[in-house]
Design a protein around this ligand. Sequence first.
Ligand code: HEC
Length: 276
Amino acid sequence: MPDSRRPVWWAALGGLLALALGTASVVAQSAQETAREIERYREAVADSSPGELWEARGEDLWKMPRGPRNVSLERCDLGQGPGVVAGALARLPRWFADADRVMDLETRLLHCMVTLQGLDPAVLRRQPFGNGEQRSDFEALSAWIAAQSRGMTLAPPLDHPAERAAWRLGRELFFVRGGTHDFACTTCHAQSGRRIRLQELPNLSRPEEARRVLGTWPAYRVSQGEMRTLQWRMNDCFRQQRFPDLVFGSEVSVALVSYLLHNASGAALAAPGVRR
Ligand code: HEC
């Protein structure tokens, strides 16, 4: 991030603080005003998102020889041919013949790190998400790869039977209730206009609403100072749902992502976006 852009970022941070301090008075504010504030804040940070730092690191990680085999990810096939990153996100998740399964972006990256670079999947799965101290390679790589599809239209394929099966499983999982609280995704995500702690809770089964948010994932999460991927979002919502830990890159996680991204098909990609 060039120095000249820093002031904009700091001003935006100040804005966030003001927003946070203002929460007490939010009760008096109408929900619409709050939504407008958040939108203004998003616009303010959009020009100078610290997400650029993740993108830069992601590009380095893609090109850097690593792992026991000391090779880069530049031969990784994200669905558009080995090494092609432009437009890859627009056509994911998809079925991959070499693995005979449907993969989303992070799952495919995991696959390439294991098969090309010889990295240990158990070790990679141990820290798929950054925690403020240690950054995640998946989050950086996803940010950079997503940026190479900016402006394109989201159109994940649904031709292969495995792609249709993943979508169907995702839909089932979205509506199924369970756990100690008997929650489903729909408990929190099937009404329009809901919000928790200033954050909108979109109705993700409606294409208009799914399109509005899902084209901006992965997204920089201001409150955590981390770039977050959809695998992280699924994991965190599983936790909110009081479900058992969601395994990174598992069939269940990919099915949920498939369902959501198919609902959002037709969205203009604008990732990485920004969240509270
Ligand atoms: C108990 C409530 C709750 C449940 C259940 C829940 N979520 Fe969420 N979800 C949230 C909250 C709260 C947020 C926003 C968090 C934030 O950014 O502050 C969110 C955000 C999201 C987002 C991101 C929306 C955006 O703004 O881009 C997606 C996608 C999502 N959830 C999917 C799911 C799926 C899929 C399930 C079921 C596996 C699920 N959620 C279950 C509470 C829930």
